[in-house]
Each structure stands twice: as C-alpha cells, then as structure tokens.
Design a protein around this ligand. Structure first.
Ligand SMILES: [Zn+2]
Length: 480
C-alpha cells in the first residue's frame, strides 16, 4: 500500500520553438536549485532524483509525461522525494500553469496518462532514444489492452482547455493510425448556411432538443457573436454531412485546426454519423486536430482561417521557418496543379500514360509534403497522414487503367486506394466498401472499357513481386 503523488503535462509539449524554449528554462531552473544535491544526478538525456521511485525528467521536453513517486507510509510525507515533487511541481506550474496536473492517489495512481505510456516514454529517454515514439497503442489487435477500439471510444481522448485555443480534444493514450477515435450523430443538420433566415431556422431546430443538447450547442465556441448568435455558432462549427447540408456535433466541433492535422473527419452515410480517424500514430497527450482548410498554400489558407474562424493559425505547418514554409507552399501548389491534370477527362482518353505519370508524380510530392515515420509499415504505398489524398489518386489511376480495359493494373490501384480509404474512413464507410467491391471486380469500375480496350488484361494478369522485385512491379504498374 502507498500513495502516489505527482503531476502530468497535458497536453504534452511539442517540438516547436516556444515549447522547446520554456523546457530549457525549466530544466535550467531545476538544475540550478539542486546543483549541490548529490541525490539529483544529471545524466546524458535526463535528470534523475534518487529518492522514492527515482522520478526522472527528460532533457527533451516532448518526451515528458509525468513526474511522480510512490510514498510508503505516513512518515514518508517528509522524505526527500516529497520535497522534490513539490519543488519541481512549483517550477513547472510557474512556466506551464494549467498544463500541469497535480494528482495524488492511493493504490494505483490516476493521473491523466496510462502508466504503460508513462513507463514507455521514460524508458525511451533514459535509454537515450532521441525520437518520440510509442510501441503500445489503443488497438483492437491487442487483447490485453485497456482500450480496445470498439469498447466505446470515450477512453481515447478527453476534452480540455488548451492554452490560447479554448477547448480541444487531447489523446489520453497512444492511438494507432487508422483507429476510429470518435463517431458522432449530429445534434441537428441545416440545409443552407448562406441564407438570411439561418438564425430563425436554427432557433426552430433547437426547440425540439433536450435542455442538455441545447446547452451543448450553446456552449460551443462562437466566432460571430452578436445579434445573430445562433447563426454565428453554425458558421463557426458546422461540418458538411452529405451533399448540401451541414451538421453540428457536440464533441467533434471542439476539435481544433491544424494545417497538418493528425485526424481526418468524414461523413459516413451508412451509419448517419461523422467519424474521426487517426491519420498517423498519435501519442498520449497530443491534441487531436483536423484541417479546416485542407490543401491550400499558406497565403490562401491563413487569411481564410482568420476570416472564417477568427484566429491566426500557429499550427505546426504555419509556424515552420520561412524557407520550409515556402517549400511546403510550392509542394501544395504542385499537388493542386497535378490534381487538375489528373481530373481532365480529355487527357484520360487521349493521353492516359501522361495521366498515370501525373498520378505517380502526385504521390511523390505528397510523400514529401506529409513526412511520415511509419509510412513503410504494412505495405502502405503512401503516407498515412495523407490517406485521403492517396486514396483519391489511386482511385483516379484505377479509372484510367480500367477505361482502357486494363483490369490487372486497375485491380492493384483499387486495392491501394481501398487500403488508404480504410485508414481514414473505416470499413463501414460506403466509399471504403465501394473501393473493396471494385478491387474484387475491376470490370465493374464505371469507366471500364469506355476508351477502348487497347490495354486489355485479365484481372489476374499481374506479375509476381517475387519474380520481378518491388521495383520491377512498380515499373509494370505505372507502365514505365
Ligand atoms: Zn496552420
């Protein structure tokens, strides 16, 4: 028996300049205070306090989740470890304020984070791993996991105050790419958000809702308060759901923007819900983000975000150094121009090879723009962070191959498109199901044979990768 005492950093620190600077200040202050204390050891990658459980602080901020120790017995209230925790907590609160969560619990401690994630993070930095990674995930494949994917998803995140952003959603545990984090029915839908009568329409929609539902809606952030406050709430929060209509969601509408988001939102017509999937592995303590203005360069999206939502975006992408931001903008413009070339129906008929080349180039630029540390895992042909784009371009390549009678290649493109769609929309999404059907039966692709059959192949005519190797297979696939 004993009492655990400590504090967590929520949300966890990011690799950005501001977070890095404050962590350096924090570590310097702690080191200075304990410079004559022999029980506080400065190691290569962390500070170790040799008392109680031996709490540690990493020298690199994004690796930090928790500083804590178990205290056994009453007498321990005056042991050095309690003093260490109190003092370090004081410094942390001074710099990080509400981001620091102090807790005290008997038996198993209950801070924000799962112990498994905390232990893994500290093992990583004590061993000198400079990358911030995770190997345990909230995943259905892990039968021993406390957070199986389908056991209700409320364990995966918590709604919190985010410094300088208002409310937001923060991951409570490590979440694997492709996980459905959240699925939510709209409180109500509106057909046309551009009408003058929106305020009256919304008032009518609110009437039949319960008090609780009404207050959920009214507590959302409003960027356009004033006379038409209800319309303002819809303008600030609505997300498209199906053609020509928008929905309001009590939880999903609290997800903040990042121009390089870690989540993807889509409307799933089959279940009548908006879904949120992890676009990449998300670490415990990271804020969940979606893109409010996907795909546009900074000079386009930043003014739009300011006008539409009232904030100057300081996301990971927007706060890159000028030269890196310019390179990202150039790639985003390139992606948009390739997209236009690919979508040109005349080109699909007259110059199918050039369209395939544009698709391949599109994937190359996307890979550069969305760097991904687990891209190569599980045979993924595109970065997970860009799964919606990757899925779309493979679908385009599939249409081109099918339009000229090439079932074998159409099938491979369809399969890759299906896998990317599965990651960002889940198995029950109508688009994912459709992609799977076409993968199994390429002759059912709508464009099949429409431009003739000059590339005719059977659906099983693909060469074996064992025989010609990965590179040979890609050459065959893209007709190089
Ligand atoms: Zn941004």
């Amino acid at each position: 028996m004993g009492v655990y005492v400590g504090f967590d950093m929520v949300p966890r620190l990011g690799p950005g300049e501001d977070d890095t600077r404050t962590w350096i200040l924090f570590i310097a202050a702690v080191k200075e205070y304990y410079k004559n204390d022999e029980q506080v050891k400065v190691k290569d990658h962390h500070l170790r306090f040799e008392a109680g459980d031996g709490p540690v602080l990493p020298l690199y901020g994004p690796q930090f989740l928790r500083f804590s120790s178990k205290i056994v017995g009453q007498g321990d209230a005056n042991t050095p470890v309690v003093d260490y925790i109190r003092r370090v907590h004081l410094y942390a609160v001074h710099l990080y304020e509400s981001r620091i969560r102090f807790w005290e619990a008997e038996n198993d401690a209950h801070g924000f984070y799962d112990w498994r994630d905390v232990h893994e993070a500290s093992r990583n930095f004590c061993e000198g791993n400079s990358r911030v990674t995770a190997s345990h995930f909230a995943n259905t494949n892990d039968e021993n996991s406390d957070y199986p994917m389908n056991r209700g998803n409320s364990n995966l995140y918590e709604t919190l105050e985010i410094p300088a952003k208002g409310k937001g959603l923060v991951a409570r545990c490590n979440i694997k790419r492709g996980t459905r984090i959240l699925s939510e029915k709209p409180l109500f839908v509106v057909q046309n958000v551009k009408t003058d009568t929106l305020n009256i329409n919304v008032a009518a929609k609110l009437k039949p809702l319960s008090r609780e539902q009404q207050s959920k809606f009214l507590s959302l952030h409003n960027n356009f308060p004033g006379k038409r406050a209800l319309a303002g709430l819809v303008h600030t929060n609505a997300l498209p759901c199906g053609p020509d209509q928008c929905g309001i969601y009590p939880e999903i509408c609290r997800i903040n923007n990042s121009c390089r988001p870690n989540c993807y939102h889509s409307w799933n017509e089959a279940v009548g819900q908006e879904t949120i999937h992890a676009l990449r592995d998300i670490l415990a303590g990271e804020e969940l983000t979606i893109s409010y203005r996907p795909g546009s360069s900074s000079s386009v999206r930043q003014p739009e975000l300011k006008a539409g939502f009232g904030f100057d975006c300081k996301c990971e992408l927007c706060s890159l150094p000028a030269a890196e931001l310019a390179a990202s903008d150039a790639r985003l413009r390139k992606i948009a121009s390739l997209d236009e070339q690919i979508a040109n129906p005349g080109a699909m008929i007259a110059r199918p090879l050039s369209v395939l080349r544009a698709c391949r180039e599109f994937l190359r630029v996307v890979r550069e723009e969305y760097p991904d540390n687990n891209d190569a895992a599980a045979g993924n042909e595109g970065p997970a962070a860009a799964a919606p784009l990757v899925s779309r371009v493979y679908c385009d390549a599939m249409q081109v191959a099918a339009a000229h009678g090439d079932q074998a290649r159409a099938r491979v493109f369809a399969e890759r498109g299906y896998r990317a769609r599965l990651e960002c929309e889940g198995e029950d999404s109508p688009d994912t199901r459709q992609a799977k059907r076409l993968m199994q039966e390429p002759s059912a692709i709508p464009s099949f044979g429409q431009c003739g059959m000059k590339w005719r192949t059977s659906k099983t005519a693909q060469p074996g990768k064992e025989a010609i190797g990965e590179e040979g297979f890609e050459k065959w696939l893209w007709r190089l």
